[in-house]
Design a protein around this ligand. Structure first.
Ligand code: NDP
Ligand code: 2IT
Length: 484
């Protein structure tokens, strides 16, 4: 791949002809000769086993590690220095994990205790970067899977950002603004000491949007006595946020899908689409799909899916979910002809394009079979790890184009990096300019994944391409830094 300036040591030696071998090179060549294909396979299995043993019960983290590490076999074969320096083993161990108590009082004065997390996974390419998730299902295994994915995703964007994730097992649903504020203030009262624009820069994720980021930023500013805009991203454009950040993950996802279709000589015009979720990612994916001439017939939340055959009414959706924070089934009050289904029944709806944009493991093998049987041509992940490994295998076998989250949803964090750039230069870019930058980044991410998949003998396998490109960028930096 042309974007890696450092050729492997073997390539360099070959280019320089018969350079005398020093002791270190001799040792290295011995290592290459010794590492056979079965050895590499065994080594990979050992790495996965060790991760499972050392991170007990963290099943989502195990799943994310297995997906990446198993795909790196051809990379270890081509670049043995990564095995020699134990780069994969090091990447699988977070650099730091912070767990803390978050006490807060509800509006009646009752005390509640939640658990807060921040996992700084890898800072080889820049400060830790990644969102905060507030959801009752959050525990260390979720935060670690998300942080691990973020390392490769952030590398794929080509921006100078490391990987991290955080959050709490706090449920913002049904809480008053004052309760959310008190929770966020308590959360930041511990977290602030671990953050900084050059250290760790959180953003939003499930349950954390502009409201929460406002309370978090306010408390950070108050405690530190610094207006350090670049310490959080996803801020409102009224106080240091970037235009397009709100739309970025959904828009970026659709740009990625556009590129996947372009390769196949197709466009989104007239395509029938199904999008799960109805949060930040889903709403703006729906918006961009509609702008590009697709028909979006269904979306969901954790209680229901809505099937509106004539095409979803986005204005009503946004008013319900973004402004009034209501349940999706209330959509039927405005469109009685729409159907209300169980959330998972969403995948039974015939479509050309399916975009899972809610949560992890929401699209399983059975759903994949149904999508394939109904003629679905493309699945791309707006959410993080929403497709189970068995479902991904089935989609690949059926030649359904599959866009993995760490590439397809990278537009959110890429625009966060653009927000950091604007904050660092005390500038504010126009919507048009920022969106153009986002579009360029998503095209580049697509092309890099596509090229790597082809180079490693699996054309069209974006999941493989994404893992290889993301891994190599981090690995090269880690090699350069030595054993740290
Ligand atoms: P939001 O909180 O805005 O929306 C989440 C949506 O998913 C809601 O519709 C929610 O339904 C649904 N959902 C959440 N958890 C579950 C669950 N356990 N079962 C069923 N439905 C669920 O979050 P985002 O839109 O920001 O995030 C969605 C996904 O995209 C996540 O996987 C996130 O990690 C990923 N992502 C987000 C980015 C961002 O910039 N925000 C960037 C890249 C990826 P309900 O309201 O009923 O809970
Ligand atoms: O999963 C993700 O990429 C995010 N939640 C966005 C992270 C960020 O720092 O913008």
């Amino acid at each position: 791949m042309s974007d890696f300036p450092l050729p492997s040591i073997i390539d360099r030696d070959a280019l320089q002809g018969c350079r005398a071998l020093d002791a270190a090179n001799l040792g290295f060549l011995f290592f290459i000769g010794w590492l056979t294909v079965p050895d590499i396979r065994a080594r990979i299995e050992q790495i996965i086993e060790d991760v499972i043993r050392r991170n007990r019960g963290e099943v989502e983290f195990h799943q994310a590690v297995r997906e990446v590490v198993e795909s790196l076999e051809p990379v270890l074969r081509k670049y043995p220095q990564y095995a020699e320096h134990k780069i994969i083993e090091r990447i699988c161990e977070p650099e730091r994990q912070i767990i803390f108590r978050v006490p807060w009082q509800d509006d009646r004065g009752e005390v509640h205790i939640n658990r807060g997390f921040r996992v700084g996974f890898n800072s080889a390419l820049g400060p830790y970067k990644g969102g905060l998730r507030f959801h009752p299902t959050v525990y260390l295994g979720i935060v670690k899977f998300l942080g691990f994915e973020q390392v490769f995703k952030n590398a794929l964007t080509g921006m100078p950002i490391g990987g991290a994730k955080g959050g709490a097992d706090f449920d913002p649903k049904g809480k008053s603004d004052a309760e959310v504020m008190r929770f966020c203030q308590s959360f930041m009262t511990e977290l602030y000491r671990h953050l900084g624009e050059y250290t760790d820069v959180p953003a939003g994720d499930i349950g954390v949007g502009t409201r929460e980021l406002g309370y978090l930023f306010g408390q950070y500013k108050r405690i530190t006595n610094r207006y350090e805009s670049g310490v959080l991203t996803g801020k409102s454009p009224h106080w240091g946020g970037s235009l397009v950040r709100r739309e970025a993950t959904g828009y970026g996802l659709v740009y990625f899908v556009e590129e996947m279709l372009r390769v196949r000589g197709e466009t989104l015009e007239g395509k029938t689409c199904v999008v799960s979720g109805s949060g930040n990612v889903a709403l703006y994916a729906i918006q961009k799909l509609q702008m590009l001439g697709a028909k979006v017939v269904a979306c969901s939340d954790s209680d229901a899916a809505i099937y509106h055959k004539e095409g979803l009414d986005l204005e009503t959706l946004k008013q319900l979910k973004e402004v009034e924070r209501r349940r999706l089934r209330d959509y039927l009050q405005f469109h009685p002809s729409a159907k209300c289904l169980q959330p998972k029944e969403l995948w039974n709806i015939p479509c050309d394009v399916a975009l899972p944009c809610a949560t992890q493991n929401e699209l399983d093998a059975e759903h994949a079979r149904t999508l394939i049987a109904n003629g679905c041509k493309l699945v791309a992940e707006g959410a993080n790890m929403p497709t189970t490994p068995a479902a991904i295998r089935l989609l690949h076998e059926a030649k359904v184009a599959f866009g993995p989250g760490k590439a397809a949803n990278a537009g959110g964090v890429a625009t966060s990096a653009l927000e950091m750039q604007q904050n660092a230069s005390r500038d504010a870019w126009t919507f048009e300019y920022t969106e153009r930058r986002l579009q360029e980044i998503m095209r580049r991410v697509h092309n890099d994944c596509f090229a790597a998949a082809e180079e490693f003998g699996h054309p069209g396998n974006y999941a493989l391409g994404a893992n290889i490109v993301g891994f190599r960028r981090v690995a090269e930096a880690m090699l350069a830094f030595g054993v740290i």
